[in-house]
Design a protein around this ligand. Structure first.
Ligand SMILES: Cc1ncc(COP(=O)(O)O)c(C=O)c1O
Length: 357
């Protein structure tokens, strides 16, 4: 293992010999009697595929499909149960509870902090600055004593991108010393802003992807860690033996076929048009102080009284997200872009609310 990665990896993980599952130990054979499975298959009606056998540790067809889609090699990929599981695996692979620190840049996705703290790992906040810009010098200072730096671009819930030059400065500053984890959950809404190409130049970069957003498969629980083969090998050590259910792998492969990708792109275009139309219409409301349109499938609003608005929305059954508890997000609410009918319902409730003020 490269010396710096060896240093970064906790001793218990470095020395860990991963569980050797029945499925991984034997890959070829005619009669399968090695995994205490039930030999009788159920593959009809409610059970379209045979599920009596354990799945592959990493479904090869899915690795093939995602590597083609993302433009990386298969050994640069790990399939996970969503980005959320990816975060957990990263913390468990590289951090020791009670000793290590990670950095994040709130307001951002809440699970970086929750996951770190669940494992007793200190999560150091370096809040965003005006216009949701990264506090570059501060992130670099904090990164010096950290194992992982969590960045999110496009960021949830602010919707903006992190400038490429800043990401590169962070990658340079942390080279041979910390891992930079770039969450690209929303990248399909602006694919040209992906950092995947930088994987070739920065061995300390990790990119997280998901089928939960643009691909419309949040219920499937399927995500990906993209990193150097060395990093993937370490994370595999702490990954459970059979993480990806057979039906999940099958459906994910279908979503990543050519027509699945085409469908995703069409929906992304519709959602972006709806977002821009919604932003225009929102300008008419006096209770909205500021609109942050962002580049993803949601908009962030600063309103006069978020609690009051949320109460009114709740009564009408239109569910949006109050973000006011997050640092810098007083009186902010986040609206996901729905279907045209759903947007219409939202606007009707907003009109009623405006009239009631
Ligand atoms: C930035 C970001 N990352 C990750 C996730 C979770 O992704 P997954 O469904 O793949 O676990 C979300 C979900 O809201 C998100 O906004």
């Amino acid at each position: 293992m490269t010396a710096w990665l060896d240093r970064l990896t906790p001793k218990n993980i470095r020395n860990l010999i991963p569980y050797s599952s029945a499925r991984r130990e034997a890959t070829r054979g005619e009669v399968w009697l090695n995994a205490n499975e039930n030999p009788f298959t159920r593959s009809s009606g409610d059970f379209p595929s045979a599920l009596n056998r354990y799945p592959e540790f990493q479904p090869v067809a899915l690795l093939e499909a995602y590597s083609r889609y993302a433009g990386v090699a298969q050994d640069q990929l790990l399939v996970t149960r969503g980005i959320d599981e990816g975060l957990d695996l990263l913390i468990r692979s590289f951090c020791t509870g009670g000793e290590d620190q990670v950095v994040y840049t709130p307001p951002t996705y809440g699970m970086y902090r929750i996951t770190a703290e669940t494992h007793g790992v200190n999560c150091m906040p370096t809040p965003l600055l005006a216009d949701w810009k990264i506090d570059l010098p501060q992130v670099i200072v904090e990164a010096e004593d950290s194992k992982l730096v969590f960045l999110c671009s496009p960021n949830n819930p602010t919707g903006n991108l992190i400038k490429k030059s800043k990401v590169i400065k962070i990658l340079e500053a942390t080279r041979n010393q910390a891992l930079v984890v770039l969450d690209e959950a929303y990248i399909e809404f602006i694919p040209e802003a992906s950092y995947v190409k930088l994987l070739a130049d920065y061995p300390n970069l990790i990119v997280l992807r998901t089928l939960s957003k643009a691909f419309g498969l949040a219920g499937l629980r399927c995500g990906f860690i993209l990193a150097s083969p060395e990093i993937i090998t370490i994370i595999k050590k702490v990954t459970p033996p059979y993480p990806i259910p057979v039906p999940v792998a099958d459906l994910a492969v279908a979503a990543l076929a050519e027509d699945g990708i085409q469908r995703m792109r069409q929906e992304v275009n519709l959602i972006k048009v709806s977002r821009d139309e919604l932003v225009e219409k929102l300008k008419a409301f006096s209770f909205i102080q500021k609109i942050y349109p962002g580049v993803a499938n949601f908009v962030l609003l600063r309103v006069n009284d978020a609690t009051d608005l949320m109460k009114s929305m709740e009564m009408k059954g239109v569910v949006i997200r109050n973000q006011s508890k997050q640092i810098l997000l007083d009186n902010c609410v986040r609206i996901s872009i729905g279907t045209p009918e759903e947007t219409k319902s939202l606007l009707e409730v907003f009109q009623d609310y405006e009239a009631s003020l």
